[in-house]
Write a protein that binds this ligand. Structure first.
Ligand SMILES: [Fe+2]
Length: 202
């Protein structure tokens, strides 16, 4: 990328999500307003540093971009190599998913009264610019895959917790559930706070 990056876009998004969380609005309102903010963030592909956009040949990557100081929310980039997919998993908190590059397929699941895992509705294709939501209230179990077998896709997610530290579940094909804490793929975060440098450029 030859143009200077626009870290202000992620900073603005973080500020908007923090305001929504501060306001303690009902979840449906938070998801609506948060989705609008996420749509604005992913409308431009000029702000994600390359270090947080790198696929790994072995597995999808989950890079932390920002964590709220009280762990009330976190923002991550998910980087899918060609053909990569998550296991069926849940989140236990609200989450918004917006596609920045490429496209993804999201298949929702539910646990039937007898404990069996069932597909819930048809698979959804999310193209660049599309936003989807999850939460225990609206449907929290899904499997997400790169829609492409020959290129990388990237989505930006925001969750109502420090998602890499949340104890949640994956649902193996053989039935039951397994405890899962995802962690993150990175040890350093993008610097969105170098405000004086930004103003000296423009
Ligand atoms: Fe997910």
């Amino acid at each position: 990328m030859t143009q200077a990056l626009r870290p202000d876009r992620l900073r603005t998004f973080v500020g908007r999500i923090a305001s929504l969380v501060d306001a303690a609005a009902p979840e449906a309102q938070l998801l609506d307003a948060g989705a609008a903010a996420l749509r604005e963030l992913i409308a431009h592909d000029d702000w994600l540093p390359d270090a947080f956009a790198q696929p790994d040949p072995e597995r999808y990557q989950q890079f932390l971009l920002h964590a709220d100081s009280a762990q009330r929310f976190s923002v991550v980039s998910f980087v899918w190599g060609p053909g990569q997919a998550t296991p069926v998993h849940d989140h236990t908190v609200w989450g918004l998913i917006g596609v920045l590059r490429g496209a993804e397929i999201a298949q929702a699941y539910r646990v039937a009264p007898d404990g069996a895992l069932q597909e819930h509705g048809a698979a959804k294709r999310l193209d660049t610019g599309d936003v989807d939501a999850v939460s225990p209230g609206i449907g929290d179990i899904h499997r997400v895959s790169n829609a492409f077998g020959d290129r990388t896709s990237i989505s930006i997610h925001v969750y109502g917790a420090n998602i890499g530290a949340v104890s949640r579940s994956v649902y193996p094909a053989g039935g039951g559930r397994k405890r899962f804490i995802s962690g993150y793929s990175n040890d350093v975060l993008p610097n969105i706070w170098n405000v004086s440098k930004e103003s000296s450029i423009s």
